[in-house]
Write a protein that binds this ligand. Structure first.
Ligand SMILES: Nc1ncnc2c1ncn2[C@@H]1O[C@H](COP(=O)(O)OP(=O)(O)OP(=O)(O)O)[C@@H](O)[C@H]1O
Ligand SMILES: [Mg+2]
Length: 264
């Protein structure tokens, strides 16, 4: 463990993330009528909650994360984090994408440090924070490696460390394990849960994998397309770490899966 002063969390207290009547249209898509992508999304996410979002391809999951990240401000409704409207990107919101998006010419350590570019820290604090986060994802023996020298699962760990390095209060994850093999995915799900328990941050995790959604989520948000909207929200009231062969786990997973059987 580090002997230095721990850095403060961005905003662990507050009212969390509020999605209030969010609707989104894309114009200029070749049609006369704008594409209606999100319709009246309403969701209150408590600080420290783990929310998973599942839904068919094209139902607007990534669009929703882009709005929360502040990359797109053209939408109807309100987005609040701890009672303040979200304006543009900010250090209190981190993201991890499906493809790790690491810079190939930078080492693991340098890639994580990229996340701290705008952080109000001294160079020594930055070095220490990077070191702590590389430790957090178990890559302390690979700090000097380049992305091509590590596996896909390790690259995703680097991306998670980079997403967390500013100690955001919210981490957005857009199918972070989608490109990994089943064994690596299962392992990283467990690791992500451990990190979440340790860091106590809010997670908004998009996945195609219903099993993953039930394994990780305090609540699973099921979306449906045309236009993208919330179909329902399930509470996953199972102790952690969850046992995938538990009858209640299987029943909840089948319950979510049944939504996909009905939606075409
Ligand atoms: N910049 C854009 N301009 C126009 N249309 C867009 C744009 N971005 C996304 N869309 C459209 O919005 C809809 C939702 O896209 P989005 O990527 O959010 O879906 P998704 O749920 O993340 O899908 P997937 O599961 O395949 O990742 C799609 O019909 C897509 O074509
Ligand atoms: Mg997507």
């Amino acid at each position: 463990m580090s002997a230095s002063q721990p850095l403060p969390l961005s905003t662990p207290q507050g009212n969390g993330l509020r999605l209030e009547h969010i609707s989104k249209h894309f114009s200029g898509t070749g049609n006369d009528t704008p594409l209606h992508v999100l319709d009246n999304i309403q969701l209150d996410i408590a600080p420290g909650e783990f929310i998973t979002i599942v839904g068919a391809s094209g139902c607007g999951k990534s669009t929703l994360l882009r709005l929360i990240l502040g990359l797109d401000e053209e939408f109807d409704g309100r987005l609040l984090l701890d009672d303040r409207p979200i304006k543009g990107t900010g250090l209190e919101r981190g993201i991890v994408f499906q493809d790790h998006r690491l810079f190939p010419w930078l080492t693991v350590e340098q890639n994580v440090a990229v996340g701290l570019k705008n952080a109000p820290l001294t160079p020594a604090q930055k070095r220490e924070t990077v070191r702590e986060h590389i430790h957090l994802v178990g890559l302390q023996d690979f700090t000097e490696s380049y992305p091509h020298q590590i596996s896909g699962g390790m690259a995703q760990r680097v991306a998670i460390a980079r997403g967390l390095v500013n100690r955001p209060s919210v981490l957005l994850l857009d199918e972070p394990f989608g490109a990994l093999d089943a064994l690596t995915r299962t392992r990283l799900q467990r690791e992500l849960q451990n990190i979440w328990q340790q860091e106590k941050i809010t997670m908004v995790h998009v996945t195609h994998d219903v099993d993953e959604a039930v394994y990780l989520g305090d609540r699973v948000v099921v979306m449906q397309p045309h236009p993208g909207r919330i179909r329902r929200i399930l509470d996953i009231d199972l102790p952690r770490p969850r046992n995938r062969s538990d009858a209640r786990f299987i029943a909840l997973r089948d319950d979510v899966l049944s939504d996909f059987a009905e939606v075409s």
